[in-house]
Design a protein around this ligand. Structure first.
Ligand SMILES: Nc1ncnc2c1ncn2[C@@H]1O[C@H](COP(=O)(O)OP(=O)(O)OP(=O)(O)O)[C@@H](O)[C@H]1O
Ligand SMILES: [Mg+2]
Length: 325
């Protein structure tokens, strides 16, 4: 059996906040409503979901920054609430943003501070810092004050900080947000390099191509619940198939749509209006249906266009998230 790096069971988190003059208006937000997840050691696991779905909340709970209201989670076999102190030195967390860096000093000095905090041996410190600066592509600006850094440079420094103590598992909340395409690509390369070294990666992202390119397995979170959890291929099957057909024309009869639905291999049809035209998106199970059969059925529409493509992760995501966005 493969070793599990993360095991979450029924994780819930409620935020209670008070508003109003007497702080007497209480709002409860159920950010996580019972999340179960397994992440295998050595894999890149991606968490997708709309804004407010609970991705950052879950990332924070798994990395011991926040307590769950209910349920339990183990990371590297350690309970995130009861054994947090043992777990922390073995994991890294990159949340990004403006917080958590010292702006008045250089990147190198920031890393010295964190190296001491993480207990990196002094004899190894400078070498280790040089190595991570190189790895994230910050060598040339390493001695400039962080307040002069661009957003992307700060993101790289966060990443350097996250890997400085050579963690066994790394949590990355939107690791490539704000990075230019070249830097984003280098960051993905760095992430793959870490996995080659045996690090387990748990990341959140809004970029479908990034998830598809990087992640061995994915979970889609909506309103605090996991609505799909598998490989990209498995998720395609979950939403009804590998192939997608887009059929466009100036309106279709209900009977035609019904006939399309009955064709072998068609698992789902969604219709959308595009100005005067109507687009039917058909999800197909691999190989069972030929495009010719669709054309033949709709041969009374001379203006018909039919386009076939592989079902993308974005299609899968939109199907799973539905009205949750
Ligand atoms: N400290 C907090 N106090 C109150 N509510 C919070 C707090 N942190 C998060 N929430 C709420 O919990 C829900 C989940 O937020 P979370 O930040 O986990 O979403 P997310 O999936 O990371 O979204 P995004 O894609 O925008 O980063 C949201 O409704 C949010 O408003
Ligand atoms: Mg977030």
């Amino acid at each position: 059996m493969t070793e599990l790096a993360i095991e979450a069971r029924g994780v819930e988190r409620v935020f209670v906040s008070r508003k109003g003059f007497f702080l007497n208006e209480i709002t409860r937000t159920e950010a996580l409503r019972g999340v179960d997840l397994n992440v295998e050691a050595g894999e890149i696991f991606g968490l997708l979901g709309p804004n407010g779905a609970g991705k950052t909340t879950l990332t924070k709970i798994l990395s011991t920054l926040l307590l769950p209201s209910k349920g339990e989670a183990k990371v590297l076999g350690l309970d995130v609430t009861k054994e947090a102190a043992k777990l922390r030195p073995r994991m890294g967390l990159v949340l990004g943003g403006e917080r958590g860096l010292y702006n008045r000093v250089s990147a190198r000095e920031n890393l010295r501070y964190f190296a001491d905090l993480y207990g990196v041996p002094v004899a190894e410190r400078e070498h280790r810092i040089q190595k991570v600066l190189d790895r994230v592509g910050l060598i040339e600006s390493a001695d400039r004050r962080v307040e002069e850094y661009s957003r992307g440079m700060k993101q790289k420094l966060h990443l350097a900080r996250g890997i400085l103590h050579e963690p066994e598992i790394l949590f990355l909340d939107e690791p490539t947000i704000g990075l230019d395409p070249k830097s984003a690509r280098e960051t993905r390369k760095l992430i793959r390099g870490l996995v080659t070294d045996g690090v387990t990666i748990f990341l959140t992202t809004h970029y479908m191509f990034e998830a598809e390119e990087l992640c061995h397995r994915l979970a889609v979170l909506t309103k605090g619940r996991v609505v799909g959890r598998d490989t990209v291929a498995g998720l395609r099957a979950l939403v009804g198939g590998d192939r997608t057909l887009e059929v466009e024309g100036y309106g279709f009869e209900d009977a035609e749509v019904e006939a399309l639905k009955r064709l072998p291999g068609v698992s789902k049809i969604v219709s959308e209006e595009f100005g005067p035209r109507l687009r039917l998106t058909l999800r197909l199970r691999t190989g069972e249906l030929r495009v010719d059969a669709v054309r033949a059925l709709l041969n009374s529409h001379p203006e018909l266009t039919v386009r076939e493509r592989q079902t993308s992760l974005e299609d899968v995501y939109l199907d799973l998230v539905g009205d949750g966005s």
